[in-house]
Design a protein. Structure first.
Length: 116
């Protein structure tokens, strides 16, 4: 099983990016995105389960949208109105549930940098 994250880049504040996480080799209930910024703890950004229930971090609600394409085994994170605080490495996680688990699988991350 592999997770391949992509779509990061450098954008100006107010810009948009779409991140992609391709999950190959297995089925997982929850796929979500975490952000790791320098000097900050890894934090959950958004997640979606097999029933398409979604969760969002408070600071991204209304700006980020997570979606799932079962045919392509892919989860997308559409990010709009980006701010410098959104800067960080974005990692996708595949898990049996919403809580962190030893069964979790992680992708390699994609860097998002938002300039002011």
């Amino acid at each position: 099983v592999q997770l391949q994250a992509s779509g990061g880049g450098l954008v100006q504040a107010g810009g948009s990016l779409r991140l992609t996480c391709v999950v190959s080799g297995g089925m997982f209930n929850v796929v979500d995105w975490y952000r790791q910024a320098p000097g900050r703890q890894r934090e959950s950004v958004a997640g979606i389960d097999r029933r398409r229930n979604t969760r969002y971090g408070e600071d991204v609600k209304g700006r980020f949208t997570i979606s799932r394409d079962y045919n392509k085994n892919t989860v997308y994170l559409q990010m709009t109105n980006l701010t410098p605080d959104d800067t960080g490495a974005y990692l996708c996680r595949a898990s049996p549930g919403w809580e962190l688990s030893e069964l979790d699988l992680w992708g390699q991350g994609t860097q998002v940098t938002v300039s002011s």
